[in-house]
Design a binder for this molecule. Structure first.
Ligand SMILES: NC(=O)c1ccc[n+]([C@@H]2O[C@H](COP(=O)([O-])OP(=O)(O)OC[C@H]3O[C@@H](n4cnc5c(N)ncnc54)[C@H](OP(=O)(O)O)[C@@H]3O)[C@@H](O)[C@H]2O)c1
Length: 249
């Protein structure tokens, strides 16, 4: 069996984990081993909107424990309940403290505020950053980030965190409709410096129903930032590698 034919099985493992927590015996031990799926992770998401909400659903479906967050966490309860029992709600700080993986899915202009709120919690953790700077929405700090590239501009907000850029270059409607599509999966470009954080991200991209393409160190995130040739283009991994001039896998 190849990876593509095993994907639906991996998704089934996640659904089983989420729906039947009591069934933690033989079946759930054997199926992940067969599919190559990793065990459940605890993922805290800063944001619960188009990106954060859809990723929460994809990862909850894959069997992970997820916390979505916003400045109004009490308003997120119905959203979390609609996804499943493995989705929790909290503040940004609570999401950052929730587990070893944190995802930043808020408007770029919120970085200075949120940085102060969560940086004590994110040091040493895998932090997946999908924020994109839009000066018309986010103000002058976004203009500077456009010039520097997000891989250079963003780490200052979370010192000591193992930052990875991923999921910034896919429109949320494609997250919803193209996850786990039949045939070759849609590629997600990924850049980061920490090996473990990259491994975790690789797994979470796959669990969300996409294929990671490792582009290089964090400083190379500019290759798929806003305005780049590949930004929000729907491509297979082979097409993305060719567009970015990367070696074939
Ligand atoms: N939309 C896309 O297709 C897409 C694709 C790739 C990347 N992105 C990037 O992803 C990020 C999120 O985009 P989105 O479309 O998901 O935005 P969105 O739908 O407006 O959601 C933003 C979320 O962030 C929360 N938030 C804002 N400020 C916060 C704070 N200080 N603390 C905690 N939560 C806060 C919001 O909740 P409250 O306002 O209630 O606090 C909301 O849940 C942006 O940087 C965007 O550029 C978007």
């Amino acid at each position: 069996m190849n990876n593509a034919s095993l994907r639906p099985l991996g998704r089934l493992v996640g659904k089983l984990r989420a729906a039947l927590p009591a069934l933690s015996g033989l079946l759930l031990t054997v199926l992940p081993a067969l599919t190559g799926a990793a065990g459940p992770m605890k993922i805290g998401i800063v944001g619960a909107g188009n990106m954060g909400g859809n990723l929460a659903e994809l990862w909850a479906d894959a069997g992970h424990e997820v916390m979505i967050s916003s400045r109004h966490p009490e308003e997120l309860k119905a959203q979390a309940q609609a996804i499943g029992p493995n989705v929790h709600v909290g503040t940004a700080r609570e999401a950052a403290a929730f587990g070893p993986v944190v995802v930043i899915a808020m408007p770029y202009g919120q970085w200075p505020n949120v940085s102060d709120e969560i940086k004590a919690e994110t040091a040493g953790k895998t932090v997946i950053d999908l924020t994109n700077p839009y000066p018309e929405r986010d103000g002058p700090m976004a203009e500077q980030a456009r010039q520097e590239g997000t891989g250079v501009a963003d780490p200052k907000y979370l010192p000591g965190a193992h930052l990875v850029r991923a999921f910034n270059s896919i429109i949320y409607t494609n997250l919803q409709s193209l996850a786990h599509r039949a045939g070759d999966p849609v590629a997600i470009p990924v850049a980061g410096d920490d090996e473990h954080a990259l491994e975790v991200t690789d797994q979470l991209v796959r669990d969300a129903g996409f294929e990671p393409v490792m582009v290089g160190p964090l400083s190379k995130a500019e290759l798929f930032d806003v305005g780049s040739e590949v930004y929000v283009k729907v491509m297979t991994a082979a097409e993305l590698r060719e567009a970015l001039g990367l070696a074939k896998d």
